[in-house]
Ligand binder design. Structure first.
Ligand code: RB5
Length: 159
């Protein structure tokens, strides 16, 4: 089996947590692509969140991790991309449910709220928990239908 790829990105509010997590992800056997940022200098989270979420949306990466100060900005950006289900997780329970019920394909962390030890616990649970399918798949199908409808509306309004 080929190794699983994962993309990770952060703004300045998530930079140090991103750096702290990377070696652990590699240790877990993941092939990590870092989409920035590369320092704690202030940047705009849509630039980095959008870059990484775009690669999950197109299927280039099966999963991603995004980190900003609160996790909110990155969540808003990521969930604009079709097919992306980004979940802001502050604890292991939410991380588990975001996989079991929502098949979340992007984990969002709050660099200014979550310490590296807790973040690592969240990441481990998130990576290890499978999607349950069944009634939850029906709900995801409805979200997909909404995405398709919204796409039709925006195509029509461009005519
Ligand atoms: C940056 O100061 C901060 O606004 C950003 O990291 C994030 O928390 C936005 O939602």
């Amino acid at each position: 089996m080929s190794e699983e790829k994962i993309i990770i990105a952060a703004d300045h509010g998530g930079y140090s947590l991103k750096e702290a997590l990377k070696p652990h992800l590699t240790e877990m056997g993941l092939v990590v692509t870092d989409a920035g940022t590369d320092s704690d200098q202030a940047v705009d989270y849509p630039d980095f969140g959008g870059k990484a979420a775009g690669t999950v949306s197109t299927g280039l990466f099966p999963r991603g991790i995004l980190i900003c100060g609160s996790g909110v900005g990155m969540s808003i950006v990521a969930n604009r991309f079709p097919g992306v289900r980004a979940a802001l997780c502050l604890d292991e329970g939410t991380a588990r449910l975001s996989r079991m019920h929502n098949d979340a394909n992007i984990l969002v962390l709050a660099g200014r709220k979550t310490d590296p030890e807790m973040a690592l616990r969240i990441v481990r649970v998130w990576l290890a928990t499978p999607f349950e399918g069944g009634r939850h798949q029906r709900r995801l199908d409805k979200i997909r239908e909404m995405e398709l409808k919204l796409n039709e509306i925006s195509n029509d309004s461009g005519r």
